[in-house]
Each structure stands twice: as structure tokens, then as C-alpha cells.
Design a protein around this ligand. Structure first.
Ligand SMILES: *[C@@H]1O[C@H](CO)[C@@H](O)[C@H](O)[C@H]1NC(C)=O
Ligand SMILES: *[C@@H]1O[C@H](CO)[C@@H](O)[C@H](O)[C@H]1NC(C)=O
Ligand SMILES: *[C@@H]1O[C@H](CO)[C@@H](O)[C@H](O)[C@H]1NC(C)=O
Ligand SMILES: *[C@@H]1O[C@H](CO)[C@@H](O)[C@H](O)[C@H]1NC(C)=O
Length: 466
């Protein structure tokens, strides 16, 4: 009798059982090779629209209030939706090493170092919609130049800095003061002589709110690759390397190796909209940057990062992206996210003001206008990640984007009240002509304005930062 009842109860349970969440095949494949994987958890009741509607209904008058309301509404919403799952995962049994990273912008959850048992717990939880494997996005390939030592007795402004006419703006007392530029890249050598003074954590080496490495939560800025140190230099280094040497930089390590894990890039996107301590605690949204420079990308017409881009724009952060290095021979070679409508997409020019052979060009998806502007990206000398006084030459549209980030900093230093669209407009309307090569894409010649090679032209700090 007792037993029959139990059997019936068990049967009813299995019939009513909630279907298991969808699990990306790549997760099982990885678990055959390794014990722990990083996964993205999506939720059935994520409903970020409800939270965004609430945010947009508010009348917020200061940037600080906007940043704080944006974070607290979205984060509170995510916490409610994710509560059951995070409570389950936080009861970590001995031997477990997984740790959590709540993506409040998209109401998703990164679980790092999850083992098979944790994956099964997640898969069987009724609130979980799917489990997605981490993917690697290439860091834009660049050609490597040689190294030379910085000559402290003979500091000269690099050609890119001169090309965008930054020194003329500096003479008028604007070197990008009071503007913070966020860099999502391979990290940065914070002790480099041209970078240490402009790091927001200095003086004092205070890395909280100024540095974040989502994978591993490294407490100190590091760059084992070189790409990030170089681009950080072009945006905000001293010693003639950077466009805005009065600005301050902060960095998030979205690219921990030769590529960038998509989950790290998402985590960095969240961190930029509300920075935290190096161990991802105690957020302080007032410390968000005004500009984020992004040197990675891949694929085309891919909207995967648009949630972050929209969130940045909501809180007045200008998203600058390179358009890629697929070559200027074939039209429509721009890569994502640089090809998306919400970003400033940047192509590269050389010292003689011509389009670089390696740079991707437009148009963007649906024959949209891309790139938006061009900037120096060929044979760019900047800081090296290997020694504190060394310089390194690199080429790539990756090197062009930080020049635009630097000019945006000069614009915002003069006029801090500008909206994202107004900054983008200032970049476009102030852009100067390049040297056309008589090339045509989709019936638009490269001497028309805008065109699909350099957009509105090459950025010019004097015209734009008035
Ligand atoms: C190294 O770089 C410097 C500065 O750009 C250049 O003048 C020199 O020719 C380069 N040397 C080699 C071997 O590439
Ligand atoms: C956040 O940072 C701002 C700017 O440094 C500071 O004034 C404020 O006290 C910080 N807020 C908290 C809660 O720590
Ligand atoms: C291009 O057009 C398609 C179909 O109308 C649309 O779904 C997509 O969002 C568009 N992409 C861009 C970047 O405008
Ligand atoms: C800026 O973005 C460009 C293009 O995405 C990238 O190549 C470059 O490394 C970034 N610069 C900085 C300073 O992050």
C-alpha cells in the first residue's frame, strides 16, 4: 500500500518533470578533455525588457544618477531571477572550485570552472533555459614591428599623434584632462614609463575599480601579449605616444591569450558600465569611463555584443571599435562588433593619409555606413609590454581605434556634457579628407563624403575638440 503510493508518486513526478535545459554540445566535448569549464547560463524568465522599461521611465538629470539607476535596476532584477540558482551554486561542497560572475546587463550568469556535477545541477534546475560554451574571438592580427628604447632626452610626438593634430589642442591647455578611457584588451604594462602616470590607479597602485581580469581575477595589471599595452599607449600615454596624455586609463583583460573569450568580453562590458574591485566586489558606478576602446572582433553582421553597446550608450559611454584587418581590396569586409550601428567603427590610414592595405572597409550590413571614421593605424610606435622604457611598432586597425578614443577624450575634456551621439557627430563633422586612391565600393567613390573606405574621413582633434 505504502509502496504503491510511492511508485505512483514517483511516476507522476517523472511525467511532470521539468524538461532539462539545453546544453551546448561543446560543453560535453570540453568536459571529456578537462574537468572544469566556463559556461554561460541563460534564464527562462530573464525578461530584461521589463527592467529596461523601468530604467527608461526615470527622469535622471546627472550622469552619476543615470549610472547608479541603470545598475541597480538591472542588477536587482537579475538577482531576483537568478536567486535560486546562485544560492544553489554558492553552497560549494569541498573540492569544488567554480565561481560566479553575474552579467547584470543581460541577466545571464557566467559560471567559471564548473565541473560535470555542477553542469548537471544547472541543467536540471527549472529556472535555467540553456548552458552555452565559451567561445574564443580572435584578437585582431597585426604585423609586428621592431623594438627600440625610449630616449628620454629626445621625446618626439609620434606620427599618428601629429596626424590627428593632438599637439595643437594640447597647446590650448586640453590634453584630455578629467576624461577616463576604458580599454578592453590583453591588459597593460602599468609600470611602463609612458603609462604609469596616466593610469587612474596611480599614484598608489590602487587597482580596485581601475583593473579587472574576469578570468582568474588577477589583482595586478598584466599584459603577456603586448597588444593591450600598445593600444593603451596610443590613447593615453605620455612621451608623445598617446593622443590624450591628460586623460586617465583603466583596463579590463578581455583577451587573456592570443584571443579573447567571449565570456571575458561580456564580463568586461558589464565592468565598464559599473567598475568593481579586482575581486569583482563592491561596485561603484561613478567610476565608469566615458569612452571604451575595443581592439577585438570577428565575424560579420553579428549582434552578440549589442546588449553591452546599448547599455554603454544608456550611460554615456562612447563605444569605439576597430573594423578589422580583412584587407581594403574587397568591399564589405568590416567585422563585428565594429560593423554594428551603435558603435564608432574605425579603419586605418598610413602616414601619407592613404587607406592601409590591411584594414577592413565598408559598407556594413545592409549597405550601412561603415567605417564611421579613419585614423592612423600603420607603423604605429607605442609602449612595449616587455620593458618599462621600450617602444614597439605595430600595424592594424587596432592601432587606429585608440587614436579615435584619444580624440574623443579631447572632445569630452572640453565639453563634458556632450551625449554619445554628439561626440560621434563631432568626430564625423570634424574629420579631414584622406588621399583618395580612386577606389569604389557599392558605387561610392573614395573621394565622396562619407565613403566606405574612411567613412567621414580621418579624425582631426583641432576640428572636433573645439
Ligand atoms: C626599426 O624601427 C625603426 C623605427 O620605426 C626604423 O627606423 C628601423 O628601420 C626599423 N628597423 C628594422 C630592422 O626594421
Ligand atoms: C565611488 O567613487 C566616488 C569617486 O571616487 C567616490 O566619491 C564615492 O565615495 C565612491 N562611492 C562609494 C560608495 O564608495
Ligand atoms: C540588416 O537587415 C536585416 C534584415 O532586415 C536585419 O535583421 C538586421 O538587423 C540588419 N542589420 C543591420 C546591422 O542593420
Ligand atoms: C581600441 O580599439 C581598437 C579597435 O577595436 C583596438 O584595435 C585597440 O587595441 C584599442 N585600443 C585601446 C587603447 O584599447
Amino acid at each position: 500500500m505504502y509502496r504503491t503510493a510511492f511508485v505512483v508518486f514517483a511516476l507522476v513526478c517523472s511525467v511532470l518533470a521539468i524538461p532539462q535545459a539545453k546544453v551546448d554540445e561543446n560543453i560535453w566535448e570540453k568536459l571529456e578533455q578537462t574537468n572544469n569549464v566556463n559556461v554561460l547560463v541563460t534564464f527562462k524568465k530573464a525578461n530584461t525588457k521589463a527592467a529596461y522599461d523601468r530604467f527608461h521611465s526615470l527622469r535622471l538629470t546627472s550622469r552619476e544618477a543615470t549610472l547608479n539607476a541603470h545598475y541597480s535596476i538591472l542588477k536587482d532584477h537579475a538577482d531576483v531571477v537568478q536567486a535560486d540558482v546562485t544560492a544553489m551554486l554558492r553552497k560549494i561542497a569541498p573540492g569544488k572550485k567554480h565561481y560566479l560572475d553575474v552579467l547584470w546587463i543581460s541577466n545571464e550568469l557566467i559560471v567559471r570552472d564548473a565541473d560535470k556535477e555542477v553542469i548537471d545541477m544547472l541543467r536540471n534546475h527549472p529556472d535555467v533555459d540553456s548552458l552555452i560554451a565559451e567561445k574564443i574571438i580572435p584578437l585582431e592580427t597585426v604585423t609586428h614591428g621592431n623594438f627600440s628604447v625610449l630616449d628620454e632626452n629626445n621625446i618626439m610626438n609620434q606620427w599618428g599623434v601629429v596626424n590627428v593634430r593632438a599637439p595643437t589642442v594640447w597647446e590650448n591647455g586640453n590634453r584630455g584632462e578629467n576624461v577616463v578611457i576604458g580599454i578592453i584588451d590583453t591588459g597593460a604594462r602599468v609600470t611602463h614609463v609612458a603609462l604609469s602616470d596616466t593610469y587612474r590607479g596611480n599614484p598608489g597602485s590602487n587597482h580596485n575599480y581601475n583593473w579587472f581580469a574576469p578570468a582568474g581575477q588577477l589583482p595586478i595589471p598584466t599584459d603577456t601579449h603586448g597588444h593591450g599595452t600598445h593600444v593603451t599607449g596610443s590613447a593615453a600615454a605620455t612621451h608623445g605616444l598617446g593622443v590624450a596624455p591628460g586623460a586617465r586609463w583603466i583596463a579590463c583583460r578581455g583577451c587573456a591569450g592570443a584571443g579573447c573569450a567571449d565570456l571575458d568580453l561580456l564580463s568586461c562590458g558589464n565592468w565598464m558600465a559599473c567598475p568593481t574591485t579586482t575581486d569583482n566586489q563592491s561596485p561603484n558606478c561613478s567610476l565608469a569611463p566615458r569612452i571604451v576602446n575595443n581592439s577585438w572582433g570577428g565575424g560579420q553582421n553579428n549582434p552578440w555584443y549589442n546588449g553591452i553597446i546599448t547599455a554603454w550608450r544608456n550611460v554615456g559611454i562612447v563605444p569605439v571599435f576597430s573594423v578589422g584587418n580583412s584587407g581594403a581590396i574587397f568591399c564589405a569586409s568590416v567585422t563585428s562588433p565594429g560593423d554594428q550601428p551603435g558603435v564608432v567603427g574605425v579603419s586605418s590610414i598610413s602616414e601619407n593619409n592613404q587607406i592601409s592595405d590591411f584594414t577592413s572597409i565598408g559598407p556594413g550590413p545592409n549597405v550601412s555606413q561603415k567605417p564611421d571614421v579613419a585614423a592612423p593605424g600603420q607603423d604605429i610606435i607605442s609602449a612595449s609590454h616587455l620593458y618599462d622604457d621600450e617602444l614597439h611598432g605595430l600595424s592594424g586597425s587596432s592601432m587606429a581605434a585608440p587614436h579615435v578614443a584619444g580624440v574623443a577624450a579631447l572632445i569630452l575634456s572640453n565639453r563634458p556634457y556632450l551625449s554619445v551621439d554628439e561626440v560621434v557627430n563631432a568626430l564625423k563633422t570634424g574629420a579631414a579628407p584622406h588621399t583618395p586612391l580612386g577606389r569604389v565600393c557599392f558605387e561610392r567613390s573614395d573621394n565622396q563624403r562619407p565613403n566606405f573606405h574612411v567613412g567621414y574621413g580621418r579624425v582631426d582633434a583641432v576640428n572636433s575638440a573645439r
